[in-house]
Each structure stands twice: as structure tokens, then as C-alpha cells.
Design a protein. Structure first.
Ligand SMILES: O=C(CCCl)NNC1=[NH+]CCN1
Length: 325
């Protein structure tokens, strides 16, 4: 089978939310290819924490079962996190269905999740080895649904300030232009990880940032966090750009002409449109860059990258497909 859901951007495209039906109850969740837990806001959380949120009530589901003695605790690259207990229930995403999917019920969530009232939980789409359930890690929705899909893959079609889609089981070739390039994924760390060591600016001469530099395809991260050499070289081409510690990264005059950026994905260059690199206004003249330096050694290609690139995640042969859209 297949499954298709809309991916609706929040303000400033900070994240994208998609409807998921759990035991007959539909919540909007953030699909996150950079983590591997499915957790939801639910009736166990305090009234203060759930104010404004849509919550899952396991007592109202005919198909819910508690996973005795199981718990989870997750923290994300941005410092946010959640923890709680675990059950199983029937999970449906646009027609693709898993019975007895591990559904993690938060009993504590960090402030940023409480404040983001459109976000009612996360659905992890990285590899199951990263699942945080104890005493025994559980499989992601994609791992569970994969064998029932027409093709063992899902695609992310995220758009700048417009509705996009996640699709399970097929590559809709009408969603992109040109050819799709497939690259091998290194699953050792549990991410959709690939080599990305070259870059060019506005189609200029390719430069190497760091030999062997790795990147992950991460729909759960808002920005494009690249090797510091990439960010330095890019903003050197933008008049008035500065690395502003107070703002927490590179800013530039909002009327700046932003060049396109090419990044290699497993050896083939993918383009990130300059227009997508203007992330958000931070004061009347100043804008904050969608491209920033990655703090760790790992590059994290988040939603900014996906706005220019349609990406297919193939769990059958552990490859990633990229195409401009
Ligand atoms: O945690 C990460 C980075 C993995 Cl290296 N991505 N996923 C995510 N979910 C919420 C914030 N960020």
C-alpha cells in the first residue's frame, strides 16, 4: 500500500506538521528523519503543559495496550526533550497502517514543546537503533510499515511557506523536475547519513570544506547546519553579512542578494536556492540566515535544504534520492 499526508509549515517554516491517526484519534505531529521515537501529548500531562494542544487519550482508544514497565527519554540536537511511558496502538498515516506500533506517552516535555501549541508530538523516521525506549528499544513506524508498502521508502516534499507532503510507498515523480540522484547511506550512527564535503557558491568553482565530511538528512531540524568553512565562504559573498554572537549566528541586511549554494550529496551537487537561505527577520533591517555553521563535526541538512530538494528515503537498500523541486 501507500500513505500520503500533507506537511503544513508553521510560521517561518520552523517545522512542518502532518496528521497521524492513533487509535482513531488524529493529532498533528512533526515528522523527524533525525530521530526515532514516536511520542505524543496526552492526558497524563498536566493541564498547564497541554493548554492549547490536541492530546491523545489512551483510555478512549479501543486498541491501546500499555507496554508494562517500558519508558522513554529523548533529547534532541536543539536541547529540547521529552520523557514518559509507552503503549501500543494502531497508527495510520494517510492510509498506511501499523497495528501495535509503539506510541510513547510523554509525562514531561521541555518548554519549547509546551509553547509550540500546533505541535502535538514527534514521529521519528531515522533508524530504529536510535529509539530511546527502555528496557527494549522499539521499531519506528517506517520500520514496521515498510514490508507492507508498494516500495520500501518514504519521501519528503517540503515547501517554503506552502503545504507539501510526506508519502509512504511510492516516489511521485510529478513532484520534482529532472533526474533523481541516489546515494548510499551510512547507517552506523542511526541517521540517514551521507558524505558531503564539497560546495560551491552560485555555481562557482567547487571547494572542499573538510575531507570526508558527513551530513544527515533531518526534517526535524529547521536550518541547514553546514561545515563552518561553508558558512564562512558563503556569507563572505553577502554584503553586510556578519556572524552576530548576540543573534546566535550569521545575519545580513534583509534586502541582500543571496547567492545559491551547491552542496554535494554523495558526490553529486544539489542546489539550495538563495531565496531559501533568508530564514527570518530579526529586526527592522536584519535577517537571520537559514545556513549556519554546524556546532559539531556533523552537518545537519534540515528543512532549508528540503525546500529546494525533494528527498526519498529508501529503507529497502539504504539509499537517499535527491531531486530539485
Ligand atoms: O535532534 C535532531 C538532530 C539530530 Cl543530530 N534532529 N531532530 C530534532 N527534533 C526536534 C529538534 N531536532
Amino acid at each position: 500500500g501507500t500513505g500520503l499526508v500533507t506537511a503544513t509549515p508553521e510560521a517561518n517554516d520552523v517545522e512542518y506538521l502532518s496528521p497521524v491517526t492513533i487509535g482513531g484519534q488524529t493529532l498533528n505531529l512533526d515528522f523527524d528523519s533525525g530521530s526515532s521515537d514516536l511520542w505524543v501529548f496526552n492526558t497524563q500531562l498536566s493541564r498547564a503543559a497541554t493548554q492549547g494542544h490536541t492530546i491523545y487519550d489512551p483510555t478512549k482508544s479501543k486498541t491501546f495496550a500499555l507496554m508494562q514497565g517500558a519508558s522513554f527519554q529523548i533529547s534532541y540536537g536543539d536541547g529540547s526533550g521529552a520523557a514518559g511511558n509507552v503503549g501500543t496502538d494502531t497508527v495510520d498515516i494517510g492510509g498506511a497502517t501499523v497495528t501495535q506500533q509503539a506510541v510513547e506517552l510523554a509525562t514531561a516535555v521541555s518548554r519549547s514543546f509546551v509553547e509550540d501549541t500546533n505541535n502535538n508530538g514527534l514521529l521519528g523516521l531515522a533508524f530504529s537503533q536510535l529509539n530511546t525506549i527502555q528496557p527494549a528499544p522499539q521499531k519506528t513506524f517506517f520500520d514496521n510499515v515498510k514490508s507492507s508498502l508498494a516500495e520500501p521508502l518514504f519521501t519528503a516534499d517540503l515547501r517554503a511557506q506552502a503545504a507539501g507532503a510526506y508519502e509512504f510507498g511510492r516516489v511521485d515523480t510529478s513532484k520534482f523536475t529532472g533526474e533523481m540522484t541516489w546515494v548510499p547511506v551510512n547507517t552506523t550512527d542511526g541517521f540517514w547519513q551521507f558524505t558531503s564535503e564539497k560546495f560551491s557558491i552560485d555555481g562557482g568553482a567547487p571547494q572542499t570544506s573538510t575531507a570526508g565530511a558527513q551530513a544527515i538528512a533531518d526534517t526535524g531540524t529547521t536550518l541547514l547546519l553546514a561545515d563552518p568553512a561553508v558558512a564562512q565562504a558563503y556569507y563572505a559573498q553577502v554584503d553586510g553579512a556578519v556572524d552576530d554572537e548576540q543573534q546566535g549566528g550569521f545575519t545580513f541586511p534583509c534586502n541582500a542578494q543571496l547567492p545559491d549554494l551547491q552542496l554535494d550529496v554523495g558526490g553529486t551537487m544539489a542546489t539550495v536556492k538563495g531565496t531559501d537561505i533568508n530564514f527570518a527577520q530579526v529586526d527592522d533591517q536584519t535577517c537571520f540566515g537559514g545556513l549556519q555553521a554546524s556546532p559539531a563535526g556533523l552537518q545537519i541538512y534540515g528543512d532549508i535544504f528540503f525546500k529546494s530538494n525533494f528527498v526519498a528515503f529508501n529503507g529497502g537498500n539504504n539509499t537517499l534520492g535527491f531531486a530539485q523541486h
